[in-house]
Design a protein around this ligand. Structure first.
Ligand code: DC
Length: 237
C-alpha cells in the first residue's frame, strides 16, 4: 500500500507520517530531505543553487539514502555521510527553494522516490506525492494548518520542544515572527513555481490541523482506509 501525505512546511506532515509508518509497518519516505540533500551537496561543492544546469549535474551525481533505526528515527546519508542535521540549517533552507524548483532535479528525485515505492508499503511525504510521484496512491492526504499555527510549531521545535507530543517550551516572539515570514516566503515559492507547484491532488482528503491534536490527525488519517486502520491495530497480515 502507498500513502501520500502532502502539505506546506510546518503542517506537521513529517511527525504524522513518521508515526503512521511506525504504527502501520510502512517505510517512511521524507522527500523534502532528498531536495535538502541536493541543496547541501551544491553548497558543499560551491555550486550556485540558481545555476540550473550545474545543480542538475549535482543531482544526477549524488547518492542519497536513508537508514531507519529500531526506534523509527531516520538518518539521511549523502554519499554515505550522515547529513541529518546539516540539511536543516538556514543556509540549506534558503538554497533548497531554487533547487527544488529545478525540473531536472525533480525528474531525478521522482525516479528515486518511485523506485522506493516499487517495494510497496510506503508512506511518503512532500509537496507532489499525490499529484506526481504516486498519483495512484491508496490514501492521499493534503495536510495544512494556518501559517500562525505552523510558525508556532516550528518555533517550539527549534527550542527543543514538540507540540505534536505535547512537549511545549517558551518561544520568543521575534523568532516566531521570523519563522512565520520564512514559512510564508516558502509557501509562496512552492505554490507558484512552474514545476510541480504545491497543490492538493483532486482526490486528496484535506485535513486542517490548526485546531487538532497530533492524535486527532493520526486518527483522521487511519480512519480513511480500513487497511491502514487494521495495520495500526496490529491486524495487518
Ligand atoms: O518538507 P521540507 O521542508 O523538508 O522540504 C524542503 C523543501 O523541498 C521545500 O522548500 C519544498 C521542497 N519539496 C518539494 O519541492 N517537493 C517535495 N516532494 C518535498 C519537498
Amino acid at each position: 500500500m502507498i500513502v501520500a501525505i502532502d502539505g506546506p512546511s510546518g503542517s506537521g506532515k513529517s511527525s504524522v507520517a513518521r508515526e503512521i509508518a511506525r504504527r502501520c509497518g510502512l517505510t517512511y519516505l521524507d522527500t523534502g530531505a532528498m531536495y535538502r540533500s541536493v541543496a547541501l551537496a551544491c553548497l558543499k561543492r560551491g555550486v550556485d543553487p540558481e545555476d540550473a544546469d550545474a545543480v542538475a549535474d549535482v543531482a544526477r551525481g549524488v547518492s542519497i539514502s536513508f537508514e531507519t533505526a529500531d526506534d523509527g528515527s531516520q538518518t539521511v546519508l549523502l554519499d554515505g555521510e550522515d547529513v541529518s542535521a546539516a540539511i536543516r540549517t538556514p543556509e540549506v533552507e534558503l538554497a533548497v527553494s531554487p533547487v527544488s524548483a529545478n525540473p531536472a532535479v525533480r525528474d531525478v528525485m521522482v525516479s528515486l522516490q518511485r523506485a522506493v515505492g516499487e517495494g510497496g508499503d510506503v508512506i511518503a511525504e512532500g509537496r507532489d506525492i499525490g499529484t506526481v510521484v504516486f498519483p495512484s496512491a491508496d490514501v492521499k492526504v493534503f495536510l495544512s494548518a494556518s501559517p500562525e499555527a505552523r510558525a508556532r510549531r516550528r518555533a517550539v521545535q527549534r527550542q527543543g520542544g514538540n507540540l505534536a507530543t505535547g512537549d511545549s517550551v517558551a518561544v520568543d516572539e521575534a523568532s516566531e515572527q521570523e519563522i512565520l515570514a520564512d514559512l510564508v516566503r516558502r509557501d509562496t515559492y512552492d505554490s507558484s513555481r512552474e514545476t510541480s507547484p504545491l497543490r492538493p491532488a483532486e482526490d486528496a482528503v484535506r485535513i486542517d490541523s490548526s485546531e487538532l491534536s497530533f492524535e486527532e490527525v493520526i486518527g483522521a488519517i487511519l480512519a480513511l482506509s480500513p487497511d491502514l486502520g487494521a495495520r495500526a491495530e496490529g491486524d495487518a497480515s
